[in-house]
Every structure is written in structure tokens, then in C-alpha cells.
Design a protein around this ligand. Structure first.
Ligand code: F6P
Length: 343
């Protein structure tokens, strides 16, 4: 079987480990042959492919980014988009299966193509850990490690200067990175999109910590929108609705804390650093296992399925199950973390 791998959407540490796992297992166990589509769905609709022989994946497990490149192209857009054109591309290049490695948007496209009869299987990917049907996504552990390390560093400079330190982490819709890195680093406030916390409450937490002679550490997910935020930024040259521009909320929280409490406060936006560089050992293993599972799913011609982590097992689930809304931080997990900093 000749299989086309593609990586699509925002990149994520572990993508190369998936490619390596699929290629090594696929060649050894099933005699598969592999190619890669360049830059996500763009490479699929345009038939832009590269060979992936065994030697091309040597040493890839530890390498960040994706050797295939990525894009946010929609496979249904443009004159070349859609299942009929993609079926022609597969036929012309003698490709028997597509392994789509991506997040919600990528997998939604994969599902539509599989529903239209194309041979597609999926591998879940996102540093945000917000995909349903899988307990963890690779990239998340790496992002949490990077954010935790950054906050440990913010804490020492904050203590030296008697400042409040704010760290803005990724998480447009959910607060998994903020929750885990905040717990790991011992943050005094964790602010996530799922649960509204008033700025008054944040001031209270910050002041309590400061009054104990400590440097308050606040972690805020980029998608957190406190009450009054939209009104406050309206007319100040920032978008007043929808997704705040990257960095917007960290700046806002920082300014408010300093203005209201009088405590000198600094903001650090971790941004794409959380997505760059080598994956952690956990993510390398998870990504490798998912890549191996994808090679097996293709051999079984189990189209329309995605591999997923359940407990310690890699299982198969329907695309539909994975795409049934986002996996938010449950209230009990948030409350558990709040025991550590809330009063
Ligand atoms: O992968 C999802 C994510 O990490 C979000 O948390 C973040 O908002 C987004 O990617 C930013 O990605 P880009 O800058 O590539 O659009």
C-alpha cells in the first residue's frame, strides 16, 4: 500500500515523531510505501508530494516542527478542492490512503473526505489538548513543560524585584496549558476561558500573596475574557469582540493589576515558543505510537477513523466522536487547582 502523510494546521512538537512511527512500522510490518504531502491540504489538492523512504525519518523523533510543512488550507476551497479532485490526485500518484495529522479543523476536513468515500484516517494533534475522544494530544506535554520552565524563571525575577508576574499562555478556547503549567509552577491565579473570574477576585488573590511578602504569579490563557474586558478595550485600538488579539489579555490583566493594586507588574507572552523545539519524552512516545497505529489503520482499511489515547491504550474512534465539540477543562479540575491558590 502506498500511503500519503500530511500535517496540517498549527505545528506541534511531535509531528515528526508521528511521521517516523508510521514510516518505520508501516515499512517493517506491512511493506507500505510512504510519501508526504507538502504543507497540509495544499499539497493534497495540488498533488505536491515528496518521497519518504526509511532513511528520511532517521533521528526525527526528537526534531520539532514538521518536515512536511503545514498550512491552514481548506481541502474544499478553491478550483482544485473537493473530494473528486483529491481522488484524481490520489489516482495519478498511485496513493492508496491519506493519513491526516492535525487538530479540529484538519480532522473535520478529513471526516468530510472520508464521508465522501475517500481512504482517510486521522491522527489527533494540538498543543491545546482540546480534542475530544483522546485523553491527551502530543505537543501538550511539551507546551506545559516550556510554560512551567518559563514561570519558574519569572518567579525568581519577580521575587527579586517584589513584582507581580503575569504569564500569558496559549489556549484560544480552553485552558489546559494554563491549568497544568499553573499547577506545576505554583501560580497564585489561573485564568482560563472556561470559567469567569472577576478582576476583583484576581486583585484579591494578588494582594494576599504580596502581603505575605511573596511575588504573585498569574497565568492567563489567551482566550480568557474577564467581565468588563470587552468594554474596557473598546475604542483603544484593539478588537472589541471575538478572539482577543494574541497578547491582548495578558497586557490587560497586567495593567489592571498594577493600576488597581499599585503592585508593580510585568507581562510575558510565551506565544509560539510553546510550539517550537524538541518534544518531551512523553510526547515522542505518544506521537510515535499514534503514527504506528495510523499505519495499522491504513493496512486494515479502517477509513473514517482516528487513533486516540485512552488511559495508556491507543484505540480507534470515529472522526465524529473526536469532533463533537471541544474538550474543556472540567469544573472539578479547575476547582482542584483553585484549592492551591484560592481562599
Ligand atoms: O494550536 C492552537 C494554537 O496553539 C492556539 O492556542 C493559538 O491561538 C494558535 O495556535 C495560534 O496559532 P497561529 O499563530 O499559527 O495561528
Amino acid at each position: 500500500m502506498r500511503i500519503g502523510l500530511m500535517t496540517s494546521g498549527g505545528d506541534c512538537p511531535g509531528l515528526n515523531a508521528v511521521i517516523r512511527g508510521a514510516v518505520l512500522h508501516g515499512i517493517k510490518s506491512y511493506d507500505h510505501e510512504f510519501v508526504g504531502f507538502r504543507d497540509g491540504w495544499r499539497g493534497v489538492v495540488e498533488g505536491d508530494i515528496m518521497d519518504l523512504p526509511r532513511q528520511s525519518v532517521r533521528g526525527l523523533a526528537r526534531q520539532g516542527g514538521t518536515i512536511l510543512g503545514t498550512s491552514r488550507t481548506n481541502p474544499f476551497d478553491g478550483p482544485n478542492g473537493g473530494p473528486e479532485n483529491i481522488a484524481k490526485v490520489l489516482e495519478a500518484n498511485e496513493i492508496d490512503a491519506i493519513v491526516a495529522i492535525g487538530g479540529e479543523g484538519t480532522l473535520a476536513g478529513a471526516k468530510r473526505l472520508a464521508d465522501a468515500g475517500l481512504p482517510v484516517v486521522g491522527v489527533p494533534k494540538t498543543i491545546d489538548n482540546d480534542l475530544k475522544a483522546t485523553d491527551y494530544t502530543f505537543g501538550f506535554d511539551t507546551a506545559v513543560s516550556i510554560a512551567t520552565d518559563a514561570m519558574d524563571r519569572l518567579r525568581t525575577t519577580g521575587e527579586s524585584h517584589h513584582r507581580c508576574m503575569v504569564a500569558e499562555v496559549m489556549g484560544r478556547h480552553v485552558g489546559w496549558i494554563a491549568l497544568h503549567s499553573g499547577m506545576a509552577a505554583g501560580a497564585h491565579a489561573i485564568l482560563i476561558p472556561e470559567y469567569g473570574v472577576s478582576m476583583e477576585q484576581v486583585f484579591k488573590w494578588v494582594k494576599e500573596v504580596y502581603d505575605r511578602g511573596r511575588a504573585p504569579l498569574v497565568v492567563v490563557a489567551e482566550g480568557f475574557i474577564p467581565e468588563g474586558y470587552e468594554e474596557a478595550i473598546a475604542g483603544k485600538g484593539q478588537e472589541a469582540s471575538g478572539r482577543p488579539r494574541l497578547g491582548g489579555i495578558g497586557d490587560y490583566v497586567t495593567r489592571e493589576i498594577e493600576d488597581i493594586t499599585g503592585i508593580e507588574t510585568r507581562n510575558t507572552i510565551l506565544g509560539h515558543i510553546q510550539r517550537g523545539g524538541a518534544p518531551t519524552g512523553f510526547d515522542r512516545v505518544l506521537a510515535t505510537r499514534l503514527g504506528m497505529a495510523a499505519a495499522t489503520m491504513a493496512a486494515d482499511q479502517d477509513w473514517g477513523q482516528m487513533c486516540a489515547l485512552r488511559g495508556t491504550d491507543v484505540v480507534r474512534v470515529d472522526f465524529a466522536e473526536a469532533l463533537d465539540g471541544l474538550k474543556e477543562v472540567p469544573l472539578d479540575r479547575y476547582e482542584e487547582a483553585m484549592v492551591l491558590f484560592g481562599r
